[in-house]
Design a protein around this ligand. Structure first.
Ligand code: G1P
Ligand code: ZN
Length: 543
């Protein structure tokens, strides 16, 4: 075994975002690319000498080989130890937990989240800090700077490490501990939730369908739901992680989890349906003919979390990303909880969780979580729902009905316009910005604008300021539209239009959201000229 220094040249414009760097797999596989980015991470965190890191990924194409490269580079740079999931697998929330319980110097997660996988699809690498959360901007900036000046990297010349067996091994002087990726995570879930009550629910004949979408939560869900909680074998479907996610798009929403939606809205629907994404941090919840929006899910979990042992003492506070609906705010107001509104992206919750100011947090994009880890957590949300259903004895629809009756219903939908010409998208946003002072008082499609501004955030914990976080238009009567350009799209610009309206009339609470939001949708187009500026007849995706 020999340590060699490989000469390389900087990689251009590879700016990691809040969730690491995502690129086409063949870009990562090209000569030196993965190595360059991993070296930039190592440099950005001040080197790995003497450190202990966690390593795992969502099992997508190239996961196994990328893991070997990372191990060889870490060993060549005097890393003390790597704790790696068997077969280099680990879900994002489980990796966050592992970093925390083993008090490591952070971890590297190989994933492109809900993006498809395969030789022609996406791969990604992200670094999480010792608190278990995504690297903050100062760290990703240092990584980015390192990508621009890299000239060489050190790597071991060695054969692959056998990662198929749990136990201790080594590479040069670096210790490698291959761990069961599920065990510690499952133990954490068992501490947070009333497994006895959930097992009794299954015992009583309650049926669940968990669609792992051929991604990483398969082994986790099988172990927890079927083996430990006694859900009938076969309750977890598409449970074997595959390098291309079965050719699918591992994104848990009604569009990409359509099979599950069809079953849940069909004649013989089980009582509860759920799905999660590629790396296991997102979730979708659906009852019999009852899809739960992520915004409603957050609000309902906040209102009922005390039914689970891990939250029996109540919540310190709740937090939601700005575009997420105000449903959770209504729970917070009634229950006297602090409620924080943060920019889009999980990293903003980290400070609030670390400081003990918030216990639950969530985003409209199917991410929900708590202070048990520093990432959103798909299976956690499913288990909290099950715990609540077991304790209340209600169906998902009953839970929603009772929630809306108590707090009102925030109708909600997000419309995405993908691959929009960058200049057209920026132009739309700029034109809105220029009109903030003139919009209030004007009516569009029968709705009168009450306020217009651009969201910025002052972090109450570290005082940092984040500007330009989305344009908000508030309407009289509680409606709202938010315009935001995606930070994760790969082709052109993705314009996200978040639509919301408050309904407090119990006779009006069971409409189709697109119908209930018709005037807000029309007002959004009238205000921003979406059709005209993007040249599109309608959104590509409505969730
Ligand atoms: C999207 C979601 C956002 C989430 C992020 C990473 O970002 O909207 O809520 O935190 O993915 O999973 P966007 O493309 O909107 O910038
Ligand atoms: Zn994800």
């Amino acid at each position: 075994m020999e340590r060699i220094t490989v000469q390389t040249t900087p990689i251009e414009g590879q700016k990691p975002g809040t969730s690491g760097l995502r690129k086409k797999t063949n870009v990562f596989m090209a000569l030196h690319f993965l190595e360059n980015f991993v070296q930039a991470i190592f440099t950005g965190i001040g080197g790995v000498a003497g450190k202990t890191l966690v390593l795992g990924g969502d099992g997508r194409y190239f996961n196994d080989r990328a893991a070997q490269v990372i191990l060889r580079m870490a060993a060549a740079q005097d890393c003390a130890k790597i704790i790696v999931g068997r077969d280099a697998l680990m879900s994002t929330p489980a990796a966050s937990n592992m970093i925390r319980i083993r008090k490591t110097d952070g971890g590297i997660i190989m994933s492109a989240s809900h993006n498809p996988g395969g030789p022609k699809e996406d791969f990604g690498v992200k670094f999480n800090t010792p608190n278990g959360g995504p690297a903050p901007e100062e760290v990703t900036n240092r990584i980015f700077e390192a990508t621009k000046v890299i000239e060489s990297y050190d790597i071991m010349q060695a054969q692959d490490v056998d990662l198929s067996q749990i136990g201790e091994t080594s590479l040069g002087d670096m210790a490698i501990e291959v761990v069961d990726p599920v065990a510690d995570y499952a133990a954490l879930m068992e501490k947070l939730f009333d497994f006895g009550a959930i097992a009794a629910l299954f015992e009583s004949g309650f049926r669940i369908r968990f669609d792992a979408m051929h991604a990483i939560t398969g082994p986790y869900a099988k172990s927890i739901l079927e083996d430990r909680l006694g859900a009938p074998a076969g309750s977890v479907v598409n449970a074997v992680p595959s390098p291309d996610f079965g050719g699918g798009h591992p994104d848990p929403n009604p569009i990409w989890a359509k099979d599950l939606m069809d079953i849940m809205y069909g004649a013989d629907a089980p009582d509860f349906g759920a799905a999660s994404d590629g790396d296991g941090d997102r979730n979708m919840i659906v009852g019999k003919s009852a899809y739960v929006t992520p915004s409603d899910s957050l609000a309902l979990l906040a209102a009922n979390a005390h039914l689970a042992p891990g939250y029996s003492e109540g919540l310190a506070g709740v937090a939601r990303s700005m575009p997420t609906s105000g449903a959770v705010d209504r729970v917070a107001a009634k229950r006297g909880l602090d409620c924080y509104e943060t920019p889009t992206g999980w990293k903003f919750f980290g400070n609030l969780l670390d400081a003990g100011r918030a216990t639950l947090c969530g985003e409209e994009s199917a991410g929900t979580g708590s202070d048990h880890v520093r990432e959103k957590d798909g299976l956690w949300a499913v288990l909290l729902w099950l715990n609540i259903l077991a304790k209340t004895g209600k169906s998902v629809q009953q839970m929603l009905d009772d929630h809306w009756a108590e707090f009102g219903r925030n109708y909600y939908s997000r419309h995405d316009y993908e691959g929009v010409d960058n200049a057209a998208a920026e132009g739309l946003m700029d034109a809105l910005r220029a009109r903030f002072s003139t919009l209030p008082g004007q009516s569009f499609a029968g709705r009168t604008v009450a306020s217009a501004d651009e969201f910025s955030y002052d972090d109450p914990v570290d005082g940092s300021h984040s500007a330009g976080q989305g344009i908000r238009i508030g309407f009289e009567g509680g409606g709202r539209v938010v315009f935001r350009l995606s930070g994760t799209g790969t082709v052109g610009a993705t314009l996200r239009v978040y639509l919301e309206d408050l309904c407090e009339d119990s006779a009006e609470m069971h409409k189709d959201p697109q119908e209930a939001l018709a005037d807000i949708i029309a007002a959004a187009d009238a205000i921003a000229g979406i059709r005209e500026r993007t040249g599109r007849d309608g959104p590509d995706v409505r969730t």
